[in-house]
Design a protein around this ligand. Structure first.
Ligand SMILES: Cc1cc2nc3c(=O)[nH]c(=O)nc-3n(C[C@H](O)[C@H](O)[C@H](O)COP(=O)(O)OP(=O)(O)OC[C@H]3O[C@@H](n4cnc5c(N)ncnc54)[C@H](O)[C@@H]3O)c2cc1C
Length: 375
């Protein structure tokens, strides 16, 4: 194989966008992907912008990073709108996201959260039950109010992933299914080991999500990438009623309706890891509690049958994205989205490509520099 200019490790949404951007700018690009546990292949298609209560509960120490990045989330949702047009439609609907409250305390929490988000430029407002009934009449009687974030939306990730792969192929990206085990600097390029080959490239972009930490240890960078196995459900099609992305102020849930009428229910219920070489497996307790909560919040969907469940591998780091060259090794560039990585992936992937091309980035990459993990 001829030596690529740039080798991208990881073929999820982030790495694929990086590869497309570089190839369409004229670079010779090879993408190497291990072919397992891509969060992008398992995700729910929610465009998240407001701070997720689940994340705030589980990772309070990481909230400052997410909060600082709220304008970045907004820009990332805009990036998806452009991508939707460029790919010819990924069923993107941007009617906003509702975070529901069932108690006065939850509503008070949302009120404070909305004030913080508005200060960062998000389009948020608090709705009482009367206002909610006008836009979401299918809610359970116990819902007292909600935060509406107009920046949020939903899309069909199966369709988006298929169109992205097709676009990469059309742009001339060479895709290999293999697992990178080690990277080394030579005097003039980067040497890349896989079990099957040793490759060389002028530059490498690491968009390997949970697999990224192991690849950069040798470069005096400790990147605490953690794999987080999560559960998802999808129902049979129902009549179209739900326009919004739906979450809860305290409980783990995301709920949305695809244009097929199917309801996708998830929101971070745990699955069981089988390691990095096999997909995680579903947990029955996650399925039952996840769908029971969905039926409680939206009784109108409770007669729909769940037709499929699956589990996928999410990645957490410190709440913020990691974008930019390694501190001591400029030929290696990181591209790892922070929390809600499918939302952030296209913008992160594009910025990593811009950095590789030495071009100005669409958004200030400074706060996301890998230098914060330098030993
Ligand atoms: C069940 C679930 C639901 C989710 N729902 C949403 C949602 O609704 N909205 C949202 O914004 N986010 C969601 N996420 C998060 C989101 O899916 C991920 O953060 C995002 O897809 C990450 O994209 P990525 O391209 O950076 O990485 P991934 O899609 O995880 O891809 C990384 C790729 O790198 C490969 N790789 C790893 N190590 C190596 C190596 N050494 N060599 C070669 N290849 C390697 C992997 O095999 C994988 O294919 C969800 C995640 C899960 C698991």
């Amino acid at each position: 194989m001829a030596k690529p200019d740039i080798l991208v490790i990881g073929g999820g949404v982030t790495g694929t966008i990086t590869a497309i951007t570089l190839a369409e700018a004229g670079a010779k690009v090879t993408l190497v992907d291990a072919g397992v546990n891509a969060g992008s292949d398992a995700n729910a298609g929610s465009l998240h912008v407001q701070m997720q209560s689940r994340f705030m509960r589980l990772y309070p120490d990481q909230v400052p990073n997410v909060e600082a990045a709220l304008p970045f989330y907004r820009a990332a949702a805009e990036e998806w709108v452009k991508l939707d047009a460029a790919l010819g439609g990924v069923e993107l609907v941007r009617k906003g996201g509702l975070m529901l409250a069932e108690t006065a305390d939850q509503l008070a929490f949302l009120e404070k959260k909305a004030a913080r988000e508005a200060a960062k430029g998000l389009s948020v407002e608090l709705l009482d039950r009367v206002s909610l009934d006008r836009i979401a009449p299918w809610l359970g009687p116990q819902i007292v109010g909600a935060e509406l974030c107009r920046d949020e939306g939903k899309l069909n990730p199966l369709l988006a992933n298929r169109l992205l792969k097709r676009r990469a192929e059309a742009a001339g990206v060479t895709r290999l299914t293999d697992r990178v085990t080690q990277l080394r600097m030579t005097s003039h390029d980067v040497e890349i080991d896989t079990p099957d080959a040793t490759l060389h490239a002028d530059q490498v972009v690491i968009a390997a999500a949970w697999g990224s930490g192991d690849l950069v240890n040798a470069f005096s960078v400790t990147l605490p990438t953690r794999a987080e196995p999560l559960h998802m459900n999808i129902t049979e099609p129902g009549a179209p009623v739900i326009n919004h992305l739906v979450q809860h102020a305290e409980r783990s849930i995301t709920l949305k309706q695809f244009s097929s009428g199917q309801i996708v229910i998830g929101g971070g219920w745990p699955a069981t890891s089988q390691g990095s070489h096999a997909p995680p497996t579903v947990r029955h307790d996650s399925m039952l509690q996840n769908v029971a909560l969905a039926a409680r919040l939206a009784p109108a969907i409770s007669s729909l049958k769940v037709i499929r469940t699956w589990a996928g591998m999410n990645t957490t780091i410190d709440g913020a994205s990691v974008i930019g060259p390694l501190p001591y090794t400029k030929r290696i560039i990181m591209a790892i989205p922070g929390d809600a990585g499918y939302t952030l992936g296209p913008l992160v992937g594009r910025m990593a490509a811009q950095i590789a091309m030495d071009a100005p980035t669409d958004f200030d990459a400074g706060p996301f520099s890998p230098a914060r993990f330098a030993n």
